[in-house]
Write a protein that binds this ligand. Structure first.
Ligand SMILES: C[S@@+](CC[C@H](N)C(=O)[O-])C[C@H]1O[C@@H](n2cnc3c(N)ncnc32)[C@H](O)[C@@H]1O
Length: 233
C-alpha cells in the first residue's frame, strides 16, 4: 500500500475521512477507535498520532452509499444508533468509529454463529451493545436498547420495511433518521423502481417516513439500494 500523503474530513459527511495516497488514489476512512486493530481485511493508515481504517465500499453498503453521494450522513460523534442485522460487525465497526465513546450502537443480530464474531468486535469497542434477537420482535430487547436518533437496517429479508416500522415505533425519536438497505432487482432504481422495492418504500411512507433519498449501490453492490428517510411520530 502506498504512503499516506494527507487526510482530510469529507466535505459532506462529518467524522468520515478521505485518505490521499502517494499514488494519487483516495480511500474513504474512519478514525480507528481501537488503534492497531482491524475488524475485517481493511487497511490501516497512520498519519502522525492518528490511525485511520479504510472503509471498503465493496464490504459495507453504508460506505457504498457515501461514495455514491447519499444526501446526508445523520450519524456523527455521540449519535445513538439501532442497527438491525449487524452481521459480524463490518459496517457496525465503522459506525462505532464515527459515534465514538459518547455514542452507542445497539446491534441486533439473530444468527448465533455471526453473533459470536460480533461479540469479539464489541469486546474492544465498548460503544457496541450486541443483542442476540430477532428484529421482528423488538419488544424482546425493549429493556436493553434506548431511544435512538438513527435506525440502520440491513437484514436482507422480504419483510424488512415492516420490521423497521415495528422498531421505529419503539425506539426511533421523532425527527430521527433511517438508512435501509433494500435488495432491488432493477439497475437504475431511481428511474424504474421494481415492485418489491416500491412496496418497501410505500410501507415506509404509510409508517410515517418521509423519503429523503434513494441511492443505488452499483457498482459496489449490484443488488441493493439505500433508502434514507426521516421519521415523524
Ligand atoms: C447483509 S447481512 C448484514 C451485513 C452487515 N449489515 C454489514 O454491513 O456489516 C444481514 C444480517 O441480518 C441478519 N438478520 C436477518 N434477519 C434478521 C432478523 N429478523 N433479526 C435479526 N437479524 C437478522 C442475518 O443473520 C445477517 O447476519
Amino acid at each position: 500500500m502506498a504512503e499516506v500523503v494527507r487526510v482530510y474530513e469529507h466535505s459532506t459527511y462529518r467524522d468520515v475521512y478521505v485518505v490521499e495516497l502517494e499514488d494519487g488514489s483516495t480511500r474513504l476512512a474512519t478514525k480507528n477507535l481501537v488503534p492497531g486493530k482491524k475488524v475485517y481485511d481493511e487497511w490501516l493508515f497512520k498519519l502522525g498520532d492518528v490511525e485511520y481504517r479504510e472503509w471498503n465500499a465493496y464490504r459495507s453498503k453504508l460506505a457504498a452509499a457515501l461514495l455514491k453521494g447519499i444526501k446526508e450522513l445523520s450519524i456523527s460523534s455521540g449519535s445513538k444508533v439501532l442497527y438491525l442485522g449487524a452481521g459480524s460487525g463490518t459496517t457496525a465497526s465503522h459506525i462505532s468509529d464515527i459515534v465514538g465513546l459518547r455514542g452507542r450502537i445497539y446491534a441486533v443480530e439473530f444468527a448465533p454463529r455471526v453473533m459470536r464474531e460480533l461479540i469479539t468486535v464489541a469486546e474492544s469497542r465498548k460503544n457496541i451493545i450486541p443483542i442476540l434477537a430477532d428484529a421482528r420482535f423488538p419488544q424482546k430487547y425493549k429493556h436493553v436498547a434506548e431511544p435512538v436518533e438513527v435506525i440502520y437496517a440491513d437484514v436482507a429479508q422480504p419483510d424488512q420495511a415492516s420490521l423497521v416500522l415495528l422498531n421505529s415505533k419503539l425506539f426511533l425519536k421523532d425527527g430521527g433518521y433511517l438508512y435501509l438497505a433494500i435488495k432491488a432487482r432493477s439497475i437504475d432504481v431511481t428511474k424504474e423502481p421494481d415492485e418489491i422495492y416500491r412496496r418497501e418504500i410505500d410501507t415506509l411512507k404509510v409508517g410515517h417516513f418521509e423519503i429523503l433519498d434513494v441511492i443505488h449501490l452499483d457498482p459496489f453492490d449490484k443488488d441493493h439500494a439505500m433508502v434514507y428517510a426521516k421519521y415523524f411520530k
